[in-house]
Design a protein around this ligand. Structure first.
Ligand SMILES: O=P(O)(O)OC[C@H]1O[C@H](O[C@H]2O[C@H](CO)[C@@H](O)[C@H](O)[C@H]2O)[C@H](O)[C@@H](O)[C@@H]1O
Ligand SMILES: O=c1ccn([C@@H]2O[C@H](COP(=O)(O)OP(=O)(O)O)[C@@H](O)[C@H]2O)c(=O)[nH]1
Length: 713
C-alpha cells in the first residue's frame, strides 16, 4: 500500500472526523507571544510562568522568615485565639504584578463557630478540626472561606449581623436551617457517607434506595450543596480559584460548573475514598461520582484513595481511567494524591512559650516515675478508641511490672453528638475505661485518664511534648494530623509513635512509626511493650525519619501545590483542546474526496463502525469486547467503499485480531489490531509491526502483575 495523496481521513468517534493536511499545518501560536496576552490561553500560560517564578522567590523568603526569630509569625501564644491568626491566613501574598490570586475555600464548616450574644451581636470562636488546622498554615493566597457557621440563624437581623462579623474574618456564611442540617449533615454526611467511606458500610435501613429516609437525606444533601453553590456564585470573581472540600460537598463541583463552565474548580477529599466494591453499594453512587468529575482537579491524601476513585469511575460509570485521571468524551478530570501536612513551625515554636513550658512542668511532676502514653482523637468510631483501650488493658494484664509505671492519657473530643451512634460510642468507651481503672487502679493512681473534652493549643502541645508513646489506632482515617503534631513536638524526647496501618499517615510516617493493625489487640498490646522498652538509639532514628517528613511536607506546601496544580490543569486542558482536530469541513472534504484518485480512509471500530454499547454499571471493557459487531446499516456502504479501486480502507482498533477477523474477514480492506501492533490485508496473513529484534520478554511479567493487581482491586 502506498500513500501518494496528501489527504488522509481518520474517522474515529472519539476524535471527531478530521481532515489532516500534511502541509500547511497552522503554526503553534501559544509559544511565541511575548507581548500582552491576547487570548485566555496566553494569559493562563503567562500566569503559570509567573507562578513558577513566584514560587522560587517565595521559597527563598520562607527560608529566611523561618530562620528569623523576630519574624512577626514567630510566636503564637494561644490556640486559635490569636486575633491576627485568621487575618494572617487570609492575607495572601502580593505577586510581582501586584495582584494576589483569590482563593475561595468552600468547606462545610467555617474556621470559626459563632455564638450569639444578643439580637445583633455575635462572638466568634475558632473551631477544632483537621481541615481548619491545615488551612491555618496557608498564607499564599487572598483567601475567603465559605461555609456553615455551625449555628441556626432563622432571623434576618441575626443573619445580617453575623455576615458582617464574619466578613471581618474574611468568612462568608451559608445559612442552613435546622431541618437541612439534620438531614444533610447529621443524615447524609455523617450517617451515610462518613461510615461508608471509612468501610463501616451503610446503615441497615438505608440499604435500599427506596427507603424514605435515604431519599430525603439525599435530597437535603443536594439542596445544601446548591445553597453553597449559590453563595459561591454570589462572591465569585473571574480568575478566582474555587477549592471545595470533603464529602459534604460532592455535588458542589457540578452545581458550580453548570452555572459557569470557566470557573476553576478543585475538590479535595479529607477522608479515605473506599474500594469501588464499597462505593458501589451506595444507591446514589453514579450521581456522586459524576458530580465530582465536573471539577477540574480532584485530590486525595494518598495514591490508594485516588486509585480507588478512578476504579469506581471506570467500573461504575464505564469511563476511561488514565494515569492522569478520568476521561469522559475527551474531557479529562485530573485525579492525584496531595498528602496534607501541618504547620510544623507553629508547634515547634510553641514549645518555647512560657505557658507551654509551665504545662510541661506540671505534667512531668504529676506523672513522675511513670511513662506517659497518649491518645488524642475526636470521639468517633473510626478512631478505634475501644480497640486502643482494650489493647492497653491486655498489655497491663500481661505485664504486671508495668502497672504502676505507665499511664494512658486519652483526650476524646466530643463530636457529632446529635448522631445516636456517637452517643452509643461515648457510653461504650466510658464503660471500658471504668472497668479497666477499677481493675488496675490503686487508691492513689489510675492507669487511664480519659477526658471527654478538647484542650487548648498550649495544653495540647505540652502533652505531645511530654509523651513517651503516642497511640493512633484508627480503623480508617483520611490522614490523621495528630500523629504529625506529636512528631513535631518530640524534638527533645524522641518518643515513639504507634500508628494504625489504616490511617493515611501510615503512608508517610510508616518508616519511623510502629505500624499496627488496630483490630489485632494482641499485636497492639505487644507493640506497646516494644515501644516502652525501645532503646534510645532506635527511638532517635525513627523520630528523625518522621521529623524530617513532618517539617518538610507542611500544610502550606500542600495547599500551594494543590492550587498551582489546579491552575496548571486548566492551562493543560486549554492546550489539549487546541490539539483536538478541527471539525471536518464536510463540503471541502467531499469535494477533495471526489477529485482524488488515491484515498486512504482510516476508520475506528468501537462506536464508529459498531453499535454504541451501554456500559453503565457494567464492566465496560469485557462487555464491549463481547458485543463488538459491525453495525448492520454500515455493511453495504463499507462494501462499496472497499470495492472502489481508488480507495484504501484501514480499520484501526484497540481490539484483538479475532474481533477484526470475525467482522471484516469478507471485506477487501486492511486491518490494524491492538492499536496497530498487528496488520494484515484481508486475504493475507497477520504481520506484526514491531521490529524483529525487539526484546518483549517483559510483557509476560507485566501481564502477571496486571492480573494480580486487578484481582486485588
Ligand atoms: O467538623 P467535624 O464534623 O467535627 O469533623 C472534623 C473534621 O473531620 C474530618 O477530618 C478529616 O480531615 C483531616 C485533615 O485532612 C484528616 O487528617 C482526617 O483523617 C480526616 O478525618 C472531616 O473530613 C472534616 O471535614 C471535618 O471538619
Ligand atoms: O483537644 C484537641 C484535640 C485535637 N485537636 C485538633 O484536632 C485535629 C484532629 O485532626 P485529625 O486529622 O487527627 O483528625 P480529624 O479529627 O480531623 O478526623 C488536630 O489538628 C488536633 O490538633 C484540638 O485542636 N484540640
Amino acid at each position: 500500500m502506498s500513500i501518494s495523496s496528501q489527504e488522509i481521513c481518520i474517522l474515529r468517534k472519539d476524535k471527531n472526523l478530521a481532515l489532516l493536511q500534511t502541509n500547511g499545518m497552522p503554526g503553534n501560536k501559544y509559544n511565541c507571544s511575548p507581548g500582552t496576552p491576547r487570548t485566555r490561553l496566553e494569559r493562563l500560560l503567562r500566569e503559570r510562568e509567573l507562578r513558577k517564578f513566584n514560587k522560587s522567590l517565595n521559597e527563598g523568603e520562607t527560608e529566611s522568615s523561618t530562620n528569623d526569630p523576630s519574624s512577626p509569625d514567630a510566636e503564637t501564644s494561644t490556640w486559635f485565639n490569636d486575633e491576627e491568626s485568621l487575618e494572617t491566613v487570609s492575607a495572601g501574598r502580593v505577586s510581582l504584578d501586584g495582584s494576589k490570586q483569590r482563593l475561595l475555600v468552600v468547606a462545610n464548616r467555617l474556621p470559626v463557630s459563632a455564638v450569639r450574644r444578643g439580637e445583633d451581636s455575635w462572638q466568634l470562636e475558632m473551631s477544632v478540626g483537621g481541615l481548619v488546622t491545615a488551612l491555618l498554615g496557608v498564607k499564599e493566597f487572598e483567601t475567603r472561606w465559605i461555609g456553615w457557621a455551625g449555628v441556626n440563624v432563622p432571623d434576618e437581623i441575626g443573619q445580617k449581623a453575623l455576615t458582617k462579623a464574619l466578613a471581618e474574618k474574611r468568612c462568608i456564611p451559608v445559612f442552613l436551617d435546622e431541618e437541612i442540617v439534620h438531614q444533610y449533615y447529621n443524615g447524609y454526611c455523617n450517617n451515610i457517607l462518613w461510615p461508608l467511606f471509612h468501610y463501616l458500610g451503610l446503615p441497615q435501613e438505608d440499604r435500599l434506595a427506596t427507603t424514605r429516609s435515604f431519599q430525603s437525606q439525599l435530597d437535603a444533601y443536594k439542596k445544601a450543596n446548591q445553597m453553597f453553590a449559590d453563595v459561591v456564585n454570589e462572591h465569585y470573581e473571574e480568575g478566582d480559584v474555587v477549592w471545595c472540600h470533603d464529602y459534604h460537598l460532592m455535588f458542589l463541583p457540578k452545581c458550580l460548573k453548570e452555572r459557569n463552565n470557566k470557573m476553576k474548580v478543585g475538590w479535595f477529599l479529607h477522608t479515605p475514598f473506599p474500594s469501588s466494591e464499597i462505593h458501589r453499594t451506595l444507591p446514589s453512587r453514579s450521581e456522586l461520582l459524576r458530580s465530582v468529575l465536573a471539577a477540574d482537579l480532584v485530590g486525595f491524601h494518598t495514591y490508594d484513595y485516588a486509585r480507588h476513585f478512578v476504579s469506581a469511575c471506570t467500573r461504575i460509570l464505564g469511563l476511561e481511567g488514565t494515569p492522569e485521571g478520568v476521561e469522559d468524551q475527551g474531557k479529562l478530570t485530573r485525579v492525584a494524591a496531595f498528602p496534607i501536612g501541618i504547620d510544623s513551625d507553629r508547634f515547634i515554636r510553641a514549645l518555647e512559650l512560657p505557658q507551654v513550658q509551665d504545662h510541661m512542668k506540671e505534667l512531668k511532676e504529676r506523672f513522675a516515675g511513670r511513662k506517659v502514653m497518649l491518645g488524642v482523637d475526636r470521639l468517633d468510631m473510626i478512631k478505634g478508641i475501644p480497640q486502643k483501650i482494650l489493647a492497653f488493658e491486655k498489655f497491663l494484664e500481661e505485664n504486671p511490672n508495668w502497672r504502676d509505671k505507665v499511664v494512658l492519657l486519652q483526650i476524646a473530643v466530643p463530636t457529632r453528638t446529635d448522631v445516636p451512634e456517637y452517643q452509643k460510642l461515648t457510653s461504650q468507651v466510658h464503660e471500658i475505661v471504668g472497668r479497666i481503672n477499677g481493675r488496675f487502679g490503686t487508691l492513689t493512681a489510675v492507669p487511664i485518664h480519659h477526658l471527654d473534652r478538647s484542650l487548648d493549643f498550649p495544653a495540647l502541645c505540652a502533652l505531645y511534648a511530654v509523651t513517651d508513646v503516642a497511640l493512633v489506632t484508627s480503623s480508617r482515617d483520611g490522614m490523621n494530623l495528630v500523629s504529625y503534631e506529636f512528631v513535631a513536638c518530640q524534638a527533645s524526647k524522641k518518643g515513639v509513635l504507634i500508628l494504625s496501618e489504616f490511617a493515611g499517615a501510615a503512608q508517610s510516617l510508616g518508616a519511623g512509626a510502629i505500624l499496627v493493625n488496630p483490630w489485632n489487640i494482641t499485636e497492639v498490646a505487644s507493640s506497646i511493650g516494644y515501644a516502652l522498652n525501645m532503646p534510645a538509639d532506635e527511638r532517635e532514628k525513627r523520630h528523625h525519619h518522621n521529623f524530617m517528613h513532618v517539617t518538610t511536607h507542611t500544610s502550606q506546601e500542600w495547599a500551594a501545590t494543590f492550587v498551582s496544580e489546579l491552575n496548571d490543569t486548566i492551562v493543560e486542558a486549554q492546550l489539549r483542546l487546541r490539539q483536538i482536530p478541527p471539525i471536518l469541513p464536510i463540503e471541502v472534504a467531499v469535494d477533495r474526496y471526489s477529485k482524488s484518485n488515491n484515498r486512504l480512509l482510516i476508520l475506528g471500530l468501537n462506536a464508529t463502525l459498531t453499535e454504541p454499547v451501554d456500559t453503565l454499571g457494567r464492566k465496560a471493557n469485557q462487555i464491549k469486547e463481547l458485543e463488538l459487531k459491525l453495525h448492520p446499516d454500515l455493511q453495504e456502504p463499507l462494501k462499496k467503499l472497499c470495492d472502489d479501486p481508488k480507495t484504501t480502507i484501514v480499520v484501526l482498533s484497540g481490539s484483538d485480531r479475532s474481533v477484526l477477523d470475525d467482522n471484516f474477514g469478507d471485506y477487501n480492506l486492511w486491518l490494524a489490531a491492538e492499536n496497530g501492533m498487528f496488520l494484515r490485508v484481508t486475504g493475507g496473513e497477520w504481520m506484526t509491526t514491531m521490529p524483529e529484534n525487539l526484546n518483549m520478554d517483559w510483557v509476560d511479567s507485566v501481564k502477571v502483575h496486571t492480573l494480580v493487581r486487578l484481582s486485588l482491586v
